[in-house]
Design a protein around this ligand. Sequence first.
Ligand code: UT7
Length: 325
Amino acid sequence: MTLFSRISGTGSYLPPRRVTNDDLARELAERGIETSDQWIVERTGIRARHFAEPDVTSSDLGLEASKRALEAAGRKAEDIDLIIVATSTPDMVFPSSAAILQRKLGIAGCPAFDIQAVCSGFVYALTVADAMIKTGSARCALVVGAEVFSRILDFSDRTTCVLFGDGAGAVVLEASETPGILASDLHADGKYVDILSVPGHVSGGKVLGTPLLHMDGQAVFKLAVRVLEDAARAALAKAGKTEADIDWLIPHQANLRIMEGTAKKLKLPLEKLVVTVHDHGNTSAASIPLALDDAVRSGKIKKGETVMLEGVGGGFTWGAVLLTL
Ligand code: UT7
């Protein structure tokens, strides 16, 4: 009997403070920075994002998403035997946000660790959890993407601060006799470090360098369109499937133009594209599980359908996971 891993429940959480493009444009205008709802919508598809209050951490958002995923899976926190949190905005330098989340869930003993692959973090985390389940190291994993990107935004840089938001998504991934995760394909290329980074670090009790996000948007855009197609095709080939087998495409929610471009390259009608970027902005590692949960709860994605998840982000990192829900 082959052992597979399969998603048994999804959950997500957005902090209550919703900031529309007009709200943000007003706040930025007070600092002498000009932007508009029209520019943001035309270039990105983003209409609003959510920002967490200053005392709310990634693990707080991850906890709410996890509770909802556990409930959807019909599981209790005690059933979890592996926790992986994908985040680039962890609560602390260490311990991991996964260990902090474990404590907040009121459990102890199971392995818990963070994965740092920026906006590809969730597909990386899901791939690692799948491998650990297939090798028998875990049977019921909690895989979370959680971010408070508002903390690392430079609100004097209109080319980046209008793009990102905060939030969390989670799935319960369980050992299964029937296939769930069908294939995955992960990559990184460190020569692109400089096009998307937060170059600060902690040393001698001080933050050295700039602890704020820097991005060469056009360079990221070009690379993203290419690698998203490649990763999707590689995952399909590994699973012995074709584009026609994809019921739903959930790319990293950064820019509607990139997402629609990817769907077109894969010859998928835009009705198969799951879009939440208009309401969430780019929530980095949280964007894919947030979009997945949104589509599951709205009844769009149904059990048994085939879904392509695709991440791309700083590192440069990219990857895809093909799964049957
Ligand atoms: O999460 C990781 C993945 N990240 C991504 O996928 C992001 C990829 N990149 C992008 O989504 C796009 O490159 C951006 C949305 C970041 C930018 O869109 P663009 O079409 O590449 O715009 P641009 O950088 O070429 O800027 C066009 C113009 C510039 O003005 P000039 O030089 O033509 O006069 C910018 O200064 O738009 C200006 N601009 C703005 N105007 C109003 C840049 N940001 C803003 C703004 N409001 N917020």
